[in-house]
Write a protein that binds this ligand. Sequence first.
Ligand code: PA5
Length: 356
Amino acid sequence: MNAIDLDDLKAIEKIDEDGMLKAIEDFPLQCQEAVDLARGLSFDIPSDMRSVVVLGMGGSGIGGDIAKVLLEDELRIPFLVNKGYLLPRFVDDRTLCFAVSYSGNTEETLSGFDQAVERGCPVISITTGGLLGNKAEERSLPIVKIPKGLQPRAALGYLSLPILVVLERMALIGDKGQDIQETLAILDERTKNFSPHKPLSQNEAKMLATRLCGKVPVIYGSDGPTAVAALRWKCQFNENSKVPAFWNVFPELNHNETVGWELLRDITTEHFLLLLLRDAEESERVKKRVEITRSLIEGRFGGASEVWSGGKSRLARTFSLIYLGDFVSFYLAALNGVNPSPVERISVLKRRLSEE
Ligand code: PA5
């Protein structure tokens, strides 16, 4: 099958049957709305919490991963993202718990919610409704009720920013107003720069997708913003573009994975493309590591590209990278001729589990 022309708006529209592009383009608006929703939430939780736990899986759980990265240089209490059925022993009535599930029906998150309630944690739910919404309502617990009709991964603003705003309102972190403004301005600019109306020759997202076509992305980040962005890029390539993708982080990858590219024989390594996510705030040591690693392993790949974050604040740097990845994965879906929205295997798996 011949790949489509990414400047052909009609062809893109035809593949994108369920409107993923619109959800991506509306992301800046969504972020503003998410902040407003959380600012209007009414809750009464003592601010002497000893830890924060976010419960969530997949496209919802990554909201917790992002919040963690955004807060880690500031929050003075431990912050854990729990991706599974069981809560760790330390979680108690002084653990602030966020139960994050777009559908409200994810069984791991519901199991965590039940345990958190049993242990007396203050729990804030972020959801469109579902069983989680019902459970929270029955107990009169606060809910950030977010709009239905999106794929969970396209609701990232709703699923991450309310955590930030709640912690800000509890004075567990400082005022984030300026960072949010900076981020929204950068996202607005990127919406234009990566839009399908911007031709391939001037559009970084289209160019990257073109380089990636037929290749397996291997995405490396380092601490903080680029690490969580690498995870997000990987998940977006999986779910939007329907391709396998791999991610890892510096410095840890230098202690194992760097060696692993040495001896591939039967798999043609030129089918892998190395994507290095970079950030102006990465430390001098990490910078050195990235340079040396690139020189050691680049020859094993079918190409390598560096992608830099934009903006000053952690929030802007993280979201600017994530947003580029969202567009790239969308254009790669178009080049692969697949509708980016449905995630048939996830739906089938959930259905089969519910029948057990
Ligand atoms: O992207 C997806 O569809 C999944 O990763 C879901 O987010 C994940 O299965 C959890 O579902 P939910 O977000 O509804 O809790």
